[in-house]
Design a protein around this ligand. Structure first.
Ligand SMILES: CC(=O)SCCNC(=O)CCNC(=O)[C@H](O)C(C)(C)COP(=O)(O)OP(=O)(O)OC[C@H]1O[C@@H](n2cnc3c(N)ncnc32)[C@H](O)[C@@H]1OP(=O)(O)O
Ligand SMILES: CC(=O)C(=O)O
Length: 528
């Protein structure tokens, strides 16, 4: 493959606030990145952190990579120090990777003020380090820190760093937008100028963009369009400050928009799964709105979109979601039209194509309910029950009818608070009264209802309430706010979400609870 996809999730990605990979995490991340087909995995800075040193040690026996080669990251030798005597450079060789990437100063202001040395000594540091690495059998890449800022300030000096690295044997010189302040047009201009100033081919250059202008992906793509074939990215854009160029967006753009083959066959469709798995390991909630791989990347809310999608999904999707392993979803909200309802119902296994009246009724009902505070967007189970109840010959068998319920909350002298609920229901012709305690009113109601239904529906036992979200919505008069409850229930076959809305939180919860049990029982009994 002509292109070098260089991943630095384990090095620059780890510089994101909140991420702290263990060595086991790092090994797991490397395996996933390899599965995704990247060509290079920068694993960390051996010698700087014990965890990174251990990672490279363990990688020697525990990592079997199919696509990628491992890269150790470090810095050029210290100013005034013999390269062979520099312990950081020695640690890079000890890591035993085929490739080493060293960061070098390429902005004369940094050389003089941060390194506190001369331009000539910095060039010698670059040359010595690259030659030493190459002499020890390593492929050497050089990350030119603050390349674009430096090139604007003193083009001749920055160009001389590039030339020094190439002449010493560096395979790639990577132009880093370290402060992330560039825009795509600035990247293109600088690359064209550096190529003509140095005579270095764009193919010998690489790109590494921080995301401080929110342009890291665009800047990376611009560099590739300018002829650069090595690009550095991180999974999900993790990295220092606002992060780096998101690997998944960059490779998807290059493959799907520019038609460049940057990953091995069959890898791009793993993007969504790998992105989510890497978020789990980083212990960061996946960004649902992330381009290409987010859960909402192909989620459509607007009725007009749905009506066109009904004709052809590509009318409102920039690519087929399956090419990156994602799915399209239709959201049902007050913005839905009949087409949204039809498509969402189809997603849930209900064909409403021959039921125009039902479509109209459900659409209006959703709009009316949402105006009153309901939200079906995240409550597919309640939506499905609503559709089924509007179908001709309504096919939802309610497992019980309610006569009444009552909940008491008791604060005892010793400070404990106990809730007790009594429900009176009719189940298959039988009147049942059941009472139960719980740690809160909703828990007590749930318990009491289960007791009441358990003889007729023994598999209710497997249902578990897994999430309970409450949102207080402003009422029109300020004082009469209403409550929306979203309830997530699961059993061994899956999970489902229901919604309830009322001025009274217990009643809102009861509505969501009844839908949860009704829906769950409909899925697990043949009687419904
Ligand atoms: C742009 C980037 O993101 S590059 C990646 C940056 N990543 C990290 O810094 C994470 C890991 N870093 C560390 O663990 C530590 O900073 C270490 C181990 C590398 C160095 O720690 P210390 O020796 O305590 O030095 P400290 O961090 O205070 O300062 C950095 C030193 O490296 C020098 N340095 C900075 N860049 C370079 C370079 N490209 N080549 C050589 N030396 C460099 C600085 O001049 C400074 O030297 P000094 O100690 O003689 O003043
Ligand atoms: C090397 C690097 O991470 C940077 O310059 O941003």
């Amino acid at each position: 493959m002509n292109y070098q996809v260089f991943d630095t999730t384990l090095r620059d990605g780890g510089q994101r606030e909140g991420i702290s990979y263990t060595v086991a995490d790092k090994l797991a991340v490397a395996r996933l990145l390899d599965e995704f087909g990247v060509g290079f995995i920068e694993g960390g800075w051996p010698g700087a952190m014990p965890k990174d040193t251990e990672f490279f040690e363990r990688a020697k026996t525990e990592l079997e990579l199919r696509h990628a080669v491992l890269v150790a990251f470090g810095a050029t030798r210290k100013a005034g120090v013999d390269v062979a005597a520099d312990p950081q450079v020695k640690a890079l060789l000890d890591a035993g990777t085929p490739v080493v990437c060293v960061v070098a100063k390429s902005d004369i202001r940094h050389v003089e003020r941060a390194l506190r040395t001369t331009g000539d000594e910095n060039l010698a540091m670059v040359r010595d380090t690259v030659r030493h690495l190459v002499a020890n059998g390593r492929r050497a890449f050089v990350d030119c820190e603050h390349f674009f800022d430096g090139f604007r300030y003193d083009p001749a000096y920055t160009a001389s760093v590039v030339q020094a690295a190439i002449e010493a044997g560096a395979e790639r010189v990577v132009m880093c937008d370290t402060n992330g302040g560039m825009l795509p047009s600035m990247i293109t201009k600088a690359i064209n100028e550096v190529v003509s100033l140095t005579g270095v081919s764009p193919e010998q250059l690489g790109i590494h963009c921080q995301n401080d202008t929110a342009c890291a992906v665009a800047n990376t793509v611009a560099a590739v369009e300018a002829g650069v074939k090595h690009f550095q990215c991180t999974a999900n854009g993790y990295g220092e400050r606002p992060g780096n160029a998101d690997l998944f967006a960059v490779v998807s753009n290059l493959q799907l928009k520019l038609g460049l083959k940057v990953l091995p066959d069959g890898c791009l469709e793993k993007a969504t799964r790998v992105s989510t798995a890497l978020a789990e390991i980083a212990n960061i909630a996946p960004d649902t709105h992330q381009a290409y791989v987010g859960a909402a990347a192909f989620a459509h809310k607007a009725g007009l979109h749905a009506s066109a999608i009904k004709v052809d999904p590509l009318l409102y999707n920039h690519v087929d979601p399956s090419v990156v392993g994602n799915d399209m979803r239709i959201l049902v909200t007050e913005m839905a039209g009949r087409a949204s309802i039809e498509l969402k119902s189809r997603e849930l296994g209900l064909d409403l194509a021959g039921h125009p009246d039902t479509l109209t009724k459900v659409t209006q009902k959703v709009k009316d309910l949402e105006a009153g505070g309901w939200s079906f967007e995240a409550a597919d189970a309640s939506f499905e029950l609503l559709v089924r109840s509007e179908l001709p010959g309504a096919d939802v068998a309610r497992p019980f009818t309610l006569e009444s319920y009552r909940v008491l909350v008791e604060h005892r002298e010793d400070g404990t608070v106990i809730s007790e609920a009594t429900v009176k229901v009719r189940v298959r012709g039988e009147r049942v009264i059941a009472t139960a305690e719980g740690n809160g009113p909703v828990n007590a109601l749930d318990e009491a209802l289960r007791v009441a239904l358990s003889n007729h529906y023994p598999h209710l036992k497997s249902f578990e309430l897994t999430d309970y979200k409450v949102r207080i919505l402003e009422g029109s008069h300020g004082t009469n706010a209403i409550t929306r409850v979203l309830l997530e229930t699961s059993n061994h076959t899956g999970e489902w979400t229901t919604v309830g809305v009322h001025e009274n939180i217990v009643e809102a919860s009861w509505t969501a609870l009844v839908d949860a049990l009704t829906y769950g029982l409909a899925r697990t009994t043949t009687t419904v």
